[in-house]
Design a protein around this ligand. Structure first.
Ligand SMILES: [Zn+2]
Length: 83
């Protein structure tokens, strides 16, 4: 892991933050799409900047994205889906 020691330290104080949805911008529809990943802010900050792929429900294509391009949806604003 190449996480910065500082962010690791910071995450220790925070136990478990609220889960938030990781969102990216669909390059075809220019709309935000949920990547299917949920994490908290501390974990998101520790993610390595690697290329991830997802099947986009909006345009049906596969998008490659990195943490750099992604953001966390506000937990308060994210609609909770009750399965
Ligand atoms: Zn798309």
């Amino acid at each position: 892991m190449t996480a910065l020691p500082r962010s690791v330290e910071a995450s220790k104080g925070k136990h478990e933050g609220p889960m938030a949805s990781v969102m990216i911008l669909c390059p075809d529809t220019r709309r935000e799409v949920y990547t299917g990943i949920e994490t908290d802010e501390a974990s998101f900050a520790k993610l390595p900047d690697v290329i991830a792929r997802m099947h986009c429900p909006l345009c049906g294509n596969e998008h490659a994205w990195t943490k750099h391009k992604a953001w966390l949806a506000e937990p308060a604003l994210a609609r909770k889906r009750v399965a």
